[in-house]
Ligand binder design. Structure first.
Ligand SMILES: Cc1ncc(COP(=O)(O)O)c(C=O)c1O
Length: 365
């Protein structure tokens, strides 16, 4: 069986360093807001190329706190609109609606699966305050044109960098391209923790201070509360683990690209559409998405032949029960992606034999 993701094997790769780091925290007796956080925040900010990184409890909270901070700073208010790709993972959208802001869904491009830049301007209204780009599947969604639109309409650019740690746009890391970025370190991500974890990166000092306070009950000074905040702090064990894995991230992303290139060069079945890559630096292949008109049949066939796959994602956000008001919307490109997408195994420990086996089986479909 070729697993979609074998976290046990992935962890084994850094086992010694991770055990040392975890032991260090256990023995220290200090489990929150300590040196491990400080180190990871410093290292992650340096890696992404922003002045500030704030460790948080998970990726959703990191996005929620960015919007909440803009509200507290008087830059956004209830009813303001945020443009977001219609095919993103639900969390990007939840972060907007949770804050009383209005998500405005824009269709993706069928070739890249990222927000279609040509459809953004028509969605901008007098209430629009931000564009959220989601570097979905690990591919950079930002374009110079999106940057131009943000300037032209005075919009904040928020990045959802949950799936794209280490991805580059013209030499600059995603997560440093806009005003603020949310990051998830869910265990299966390119940089994954041993549970939930996340971060915000930004160059804006005020935003950084506000986000940190919001994630700490709304407090900047102990027992003094400026905001009605939440508790969403990165714990010391996760920070220590992440700091170890961060050192290996570039090498791990290189290995993912090796798998992706092998798939792209060798999957020849005309029923299958593989990702189009025009810049190998601008994709860290968190997911290797293929499309197939007979997706469900293909998934069953792969399962019968020992290859585990996952669909990212089976139901588009506008068809979900939690957003009933959108259920009648027609977003055909997004719906097509949700009907046809299938994710093949891709990670830093997949062997060449496994890759070849997946390709052999797919080409025989
Ligand atoms: C695109 C995207 N945004 C946000 C999130 C939320 O992150 P988390 O699961 O850490 O809350 C995820 C991951 O799950 C994601 O894939």
């Amino acid at each position: 069986m070729i697993k979609f993701l074998d976290l046990q094997k992935i962890t084994q790769k850094y086992s010694k360093e991770i055990h040392e780091a975890v032991d260090r925290v256990v023995d220290s007796g200090w489990y929150l807001q300590g040196k491990e956080n400080e180190n990871f925040e410093k290292d992650y900010a340096q890696y992404i190329g922003t002045k500030y990184a704030i460790g948080l409890g998970n990726g959703l909270d990191s996005l929620i706190c960015i919007f909440r901070a803009y509200i507290e700073m008087g830059i956004m208010k209830t009813g303001d609109e945020v443009i977001v790709p219609a095919n993103t993972y639900i969390a990007s959208i939840l972060a907007i609606s949770e804050n009383g802001l209005v998500p405005v869904l824009v269709e993706p491009d069928i070739n890249t699966y990222e927000i279609d830049e040509t459809k953004i301007e028509a969605a901008i209204t007098s209430k629009t305050k931000a564009i959220m780009v989601v570097h979905l599947y690990g591919r950079c969604a930002y374009t110079d044109y999106i940057g131009t639109l943000c300037k032209k309409y005075n919009l904040k650019l928020i990045e959802d960098n949950a799936q794209s740690h280490g991805c580059l746009f013209k030499g600059q890391k995603t997560g440093s391209l806009g005003d603020a970025a949310g990051h998830s370190f869910y265990p299966g991500k390119n940089l994954g923790a041993f549970g939930d974890a996340g971060a915000v990166t930004t160059g804006d000092k005020n935003l950084a201070i506000t986000v940190r306070a919001l994630a700490n009950y709304g407090s900047i000074k102990k027992y003094v509360f400026k905001y009605t905040g939440r508790n969403s702090r990165l714990d010391e064990i996760q920070a220590a683990v992440l700091d170890v894995k961060l050192k290996h991230l570039n090498e791990d992303n290189k290995l993912r690209k090796h798998v992706a290139k092998y798939y792209i060069d060798n999957i020849t079945n005309p029923e299958i559409i593989t990702p189009k890559v025009n810049d190998w630096d601008a994709n860290v292949f968190h997911i290797f998405p293929i499309r197939c008109k007979h997706r469900d049949k293909l998934q069953q066939y792969l399962k019968d032949n020992g290859v585990q796959t996952i669909i990212h994602y089976p139901i588009p956000p506008h068809k979900q029960e939690c957003y009933k008001e959108w259920n009648k919307l027609s977003l055909p490109i997004s719906e097509q992606i949700h009907e046809e997408e299938l994710s093949l195994p891709i990670n830093q420990i997949l062997s060449d034999n496994d890759i070849k086996e997946v390709i052999r089986i797919i080409n025989a479909f």
